[in-house]
Design a protein around this ligand. Structure first.
Ligand code: SF4
Length: 453
């Protein structure tokens, strides 16, 4: 039965962008529910629409502007938040206000209080807040069995291709007790996989000088290794997985690999390397030393042979010579990264890299991206092939008449491959969404696996 009365104000929500934006959306939706607002599934049924935008690359900007246009056309009352909200054009004007002057308010990312102020102004708060309507874990946009846990906001680096620090500001780490409390609430609510996200997970706590906090009556430092250890313990109590994203290859990251080898957190490391050639990395102003990356990967594999390494790379960065690009290909051949994404360099407005000399023509950027992906296809195929015949643990995401679609420890949702699980022959064994199964891998291709329960 719905608790909403006919007078309960309804807010429509459009959430675009990366997992960090998704967490912002979840926090806004949680606050709306806490204050007694209801959510509407269509523009028609909404008294007001909030659009959470992405402003990272040109295609995302266009998608966000189109979504705002659609919401204005279909509903009329629109509040915009997110990365695009903080973006200015070359003349220094607010992009959204210029294209869509009818929006009621515009905020940048991670601006819960400002968004709520705008909602209160344009759709006044209902009198009796249904505080009890909000579950302790908040409102989640992900399926019930996995959730993102954002541990910090912003970034202290200034990579020359990136405008995130100008949109989201410097690193601000969440207090460790808050992070642990949220993780516990999520596990208690049935989450089976927690995905730790931030702009730079390995920098957690740098801004607060690794301040000491308390969790379960014990002192815990605001530091990545202590956080990961505590999350691993909590996950073990709830029989759940913890997966780490956006970890930079700093030396202290080595300390979490034994935790992976011991099975306390998933042996999966998402390390955005972006390039391999030291000169390109220098022009990119990347944190962590490029020359040591290969040694580091080899050391991680020696400590934890089952580790899955995921990374992203940029092809055709300004000034990238054919020799530098081939250096990248050689690195990839040797590193055999398990999961790899490659983007052709996209000159994001406001990024200092656009001022660098010797821009690479678009067709060359695309061609180089294609060469990386072609090389990776062979590597991925070979690495997945080595899993055929093995028994692996999977988490079921979806059940259909053929069986189920699942993910193994090597597959993060949305970005990696999947495991297609054949429906079990035994009628008493039923695949269930959000449950773990041990399956035997029967086949593979360059991205996915097939298995029998
Ligand atoms: S580390 Fe670099 S790419 Fe990542 S958010 Fe910070 S500035 Fe951007």
């Amino acid at each position: 039965m719905s608790n909403a009365s006919p007078v309960t104000p309804k807010v429509g929500f459009v959430s675009l962008g990366c997992p960090k934006a998704l967490v912002d959306s979840e926090q806004i939706l949680t606050q709306l529910r806490a204050e007694g607002y209801d959510t509407a599934k269509s523009y028609d049924g909404a008294d007001l629409v909030i659009v959470n935008t992405c402003g990272f690359i040109d295609a995302a900007v266009q998608e966000s502007l189109d979504a705002i246009g659609e919401a204005l056309h279909e509903n009329g009352k629109v509040i915009v938040t997110g990365c695009l909200g903080a973006k200015k054009d070359a003349a220094g004007d607010d992009i959204i206000q210029k294209v869509h002057p009818k929006v009621l308010a515009v905020t940048g990312p991670h601006a819960l209080a400002e968004v709520m102020d705008a909602v209160h102004l344009h759709l006044p708060k209902p009198h009796a807040p249904f505080l009890d309507l909000v579950p302790p874990q908040g409102v989640k946009l992900t399926p019930r069995h996995y959730a993102y846990l954002k541990i910090s906001e912003g970034c202290n680096h200034r990579c020359s291709f990136c405008i995130i620090p100008s949109m989201r500001g410097d690193l601000v780490s969440r207090p460790i007790a808050d992070v642990m409390m949220e993780a516990e609430n999520l596990f208690k609510a049935g989450v089976k996989e927690l995905l730790v996200i931030s702009q730079d997970t390995s920098a957690y706590g740098v801004d607060v000088k690794f301040r000491m906090g308390f969790w379960n009556g014990k002192p815990v430092k605001t530091h990545m290794t202590q956080l990961v250890t505590a999350l691993g313990e909590l996950a073990a109590q709830h029989g759940a997985w913890v997966r780490l994203h956006y970890v930079y290859p700093y030396p202290h990251v080595d300390a979490i690999i034994p935790l992976m080898a011991e099975g306390r957190v998933l042996p999966y490391l998402d390390v955005p390397l972006q390039h391999a050639h030291p000169d390109v990395l220098k022009r990119m102003k990347r944190p962590a030393n490029g020359e040591k990356n290969m040694e580091r990967i080899q050391a991680w594999r020696a400590m934890c042979p089952d580790i899955t390494i995921r990374s992203t790379f940029i092809a055709g960065f300004p000034g990238e010579t054919e020799t530098e690009f081939e250096y990248l290909l050689d690195f990839l051949r040797e590193a055999e990264i398990d999961r790899l994404g490659c983007f052709a360099y996209s000159p994001v407005e406001g990024a200092s890299a656009n001022e660098l000399p010797n821009a690479v023509p678009e067709e060359v950027r695309e061609e180089r991206r294609g060469r990386v992906m072609q090389l990776q296809e062979g590597i991925s195929k070979k690495r997945l092939q080595s899993k055929v015949g093995k028994t692996i643990r999977v988490l079921i995401d979806e059940v259909n008449r053929n069986g189920g679609v699942a993910r193994s420890v090597a597959d993060a949702p949305e970005i990696d491959g999947v495991v297609y699980v054949k429906a079990p022959y035994e009628p008493h064994i039923k695949l269930k969404v959000g449950e773990f199964f041990d399956v035997k891998v029967t086949a593979s291709d360059a991205h996915d696996l097939w298995a029998e329960a």
